[in-house]
Design a protein around this ligand. Structure first.
Ligand SMILES: Cc1ncc(COP(=O)(O)O)c(C=O)c1O
Length: 389
């Protein structure tokens, strides 16, 4: 097994499926026309674009006209927040988010704050769930936007999006609600027709076995926001620039592939997560599950701390045995600092620095989980012997 690659870092990114690579290659080799061109090659590309948009829309249960392709989840989040904020620059306007958002949301709000905007960061409880009392207190008619993630990328907390949406719209019907749905898409059932309180919803292809560098923003019909770039008018003038056709075709193919696989294995992710969590917590001393319980959290993410052991030491030790995991968010895990999410849920430092995120995909197998439990146990015991000598 050690020669095999056991990839348990699927929240950072996923391996594109073979069909995705084929769809992308076809766009590069054969259907390389510009969808804006008038000739037959342009029309062929336009058809791929149209079909891909419809595939994304079907997956979210919305209309194709409500989907804008972007260069990924980060851009979708930026477009949603900046796009609304730039139309609401008046003195009283307020923006609301939570303390555990992804940097592609938090840093946009930080930037807006530096430019004079009023931003409120909602606290979360020990499971990472947004405090609804604080939400009720801060929303008023001057709140232009609330942005809350659906699933947290480090600890897997699922926010009560429906309840949050209802609270917002009951107090202030004109306040827009943006949801970073990047870790939820493909894992939870999402039906935007039945979520009328959600105005904006971000998704990304590379978290669902699609390519990197492509994502989409759902913009509910009638929602007003301004684009961040100026150019040739593509994507309803909200995201100009010649479309990333191989990426978009790969994104649509990933949606099709993953829907089929999920139908075949509806509970597999939860089973993998349950087995790994139980295996580790039952056999290794002095470790703890961070964030929500196994059942409450998202099916594909589990975050466990090992007291006395640094997360990055464990990541590198595991890699020698072919097991790939993460210390937390991929983009912050190279920096030696404690995760803002683990801080926000109140984890003490000695546990926070020993946190590891395991994240699963439908391509993982139970044997990989059993192998991982054993290797983690061996490594943790060796490291502790060494530290406590
Ligand atoms: C919750 C969340 N939001 C946003 C992003 C950014 O998406 P992308 O990598 O497509 O820019 C990520 C990726 O790690 C994420 O997990």
């Amino acid at each position: 097994m050690a020669n095999k690659e056991i990839y348990l870092d699927n929240s950072a990114t996923t391996k594109p499926t073979k069909n995705v690579v084929r769809a992308m290659l076809k766009c590069l080799e054969d259907d390389y026309g510009n969808p804006s061109s008038l000739h037959a090659m342009g029309l062929a590309a336009e058809k791929i674009l149209k079909n891909s948009r419809e595939t994304v829309a079907r997956a979210l249960n919305c209309s194709a006209q409500e989907i804008v392709f972007t260069s990924g989840g980060t851009e979708a989040n930026n477009l949603a927040i900046m796009g609304v904020a730039s139309l609401n620059k008046n003195k009283n306007s307020r923006l609301v988010t939570s303390t555990i958002e992804h940097p592609s949301v938090l840093n946009v709000f930080n930037g807006l704050e530096q430019m004079g905007a009023k931003v409120c960061y909602l606290p979360v409880d020990q499971r990472g769930v947004v405090d609804l009392h604080s939400l009720k207190e801060v929303i008023d008619k001057d709140t232009s936007l609330v942005s809350i993630m659906y699933v947290n990328n480090e600890i897997g907390t699922i926010q009560p999006i429906e309840e949050i949406g209802r609270i917002i719209k009951q107090i202030s019907p004109n306040t827009l609600f943006h949801v970073d749905g990047i870790q939820a898409f493909g894992k939870l059932d999402i039906d935007l027709k039945n979520m009328p309180y959600v105005d904006l919803f971000s998704i990304s292809a590379h978290k669902i076995h699609g390519p990197k560098g492509v994502g989409a923003l759902y913009i509910k019909k009638g929602t007003k926001l301004s684009g961040m770039m100026m150019g040739g008018g593509q994507e309803f003038d909200l995201r100009p620039g010649t479309e990333n056709m191989p990426g978009i075709a790969g994104f649509a193919q990933a949606i099709v592939d993953m829907a089929l696989l999920k139908e075949k294995h509806p509970n597999k992710l939860y089973m993998l997560k349950e087995r790994l969590t139980k295996g580790i917590l039952d056999t290794i001393d002095d470790c703890r599950l961070n964030g929500p319980s196994v059942k409450e959290g998202a099916p594909h993410i589990v975050n466990i701390s090992f007291n006395d052991i640094r997360g990055e030491v464990l990541v590198h030790a595991l890699e020698k045995y072919g097991v790939f995991v993460s210390t937390g968010a991929a983009c912050s895990s190279r920096r030696a600092r404690i995760s803002h999410v683990l801080r926000a849920i109140g984890l003490i430092d000695s546990f926070a620095i020993g946190a590891i995120r395991f994240s699963f995909s439908l391509f993982n197998e139970m044997e990989e989980i059993d192998y991982t439990i054993n290797i983690v146990k061996q490594i943790v015991e060796q490291l502790r012997k060494f530290i406590r000598r």
